[in-house]
Design a protein around this ligand. Structure first.
Ligand SMILES: Nc1ccn([C@@H]2O[C@H](COP(=O)(O)OP(=O)(O)OP(=O)(O)O)[C@@H](O)[C@H]2O)c(=O)n1
Ligand SMILES: C[C@](O)(CO)[C@H](O)COP(=O)(O)O
Length: 234
């Protein structure tokens, strides 16, 4: 049964991008003619069900604000930044049972279709859900000392978590508050700690996160395909 009302989004863009390097945090770097953050925001804004988006930034910047976009300042960890985004949504008028899509600004290639399928799944599962990709390569556990293989890990049932991840606002806020002081790298982990069983929604393997400098070229190739006119000009 459908239990939720409006749908909102939080775009996490308050990180420092240490692993990606560069003169600016990765979400502000230009790829295929646009900031990574703007590519990601554009996908969210194209989903008709989304009522409003809170963009969580490293420092105040009202320039992104519009009737459907608000901004707030994030925290030291991704979890703290997302929590700030949820508080901003509540101040904006979002209701406790409303659904919130949380997306990494550093994942600009997420297909809109994947988000729509995630929303449908989360609307019918009270514990929410997340986009994910089933592990496809053989998995090795390394011996920390010298990178020798300690063992092969059975990969059946293992998935890589992507974003967006989608949960009811109030339960997600409580889960992230409860996880304070623990290392939680995604919303699902915080929810799982409270006993939730979010549903895994198979997503596109193109939805990679800009994490290391070598990811830049992959993202650029994908995003250029979305912009055939620009590709022809260059
Ligand atoms: N305190 C933080 C940390 C991360 N993020 C956001 O969460 C997303 C995914 O996080 P990650 O790839 O770990 O980004 P960074 O923390 O910026 O990267 P790094 O760990 O390399 O510094 C990014 O869009 C990032 O801007 C955030 O909003 N607030
Ligand atoms: C939320 C996330 O993108 C899911 O894969 C990821 O956990 C972000 O943090 P990480 O530090 O890059 O793992």
């Amino acid at each position: 049964m459908k239990t939720h009302k409006a749908v909102w989004a939080v775009l996490a863009a308050a990180g420092q991008g240490r692993r990606a390097g560069g003169p600016l945090p990765k979400q502000f770097q230009l790829i295929a003619g646009k900031r990574v953050l703007d590519w990601s925001l554009e996908v969210l804004m194209a989903i008709p069900a989304i009522k409003g988006v809170v963009v969580v930034l490293p420092a105040a910047d009202p320039s992104l604000t519009s009737a459907t976009i608000k901004t707030c300042v994030g925290g030291a960890t991704r979890a703290q930044s997302v929590l700030e985004g949820l508080y901003e949504l509540a101040r904006w008028g979002a209701q406790p049972n409303d659904l919130v899509l949380v997306h990494d600004a550093a994942r600009p290639c997420v297909p809109a279709d994947d988000i729509s399928r995630l929303l449908k799944a989360a609307e019918y599962n009270e514990d929410g859900g997340l986009l994910a990709v089933a592990l496809r390569d053989t998995l090795k556990q390394a011996d920390d000392a010298d990178h020798a293989v300690a063992r092969t890990v059975p990969r059946a049932g293992l998935w890589q978590a992507l974003t967006p991840q989608c949960f009811p606002l109030q339960r997600l806020a409580r889960a992230l508050e409860n996880a304070a002081g623990h290392e939680v790298t995604d919303e699902s982990d915080a929810m799982e700690r409270l006993g939730a069983k979010p549903v895994l929604v198979p997503g596109s393997s193109a939805n990679i996160k800009l994490t290391y400098p070598s990811d830049h070229a992959l993202l650029e190739a994908w995003l250029m395909q979305q912009q055939p006119d620009k590709q022809r000009m260059e």
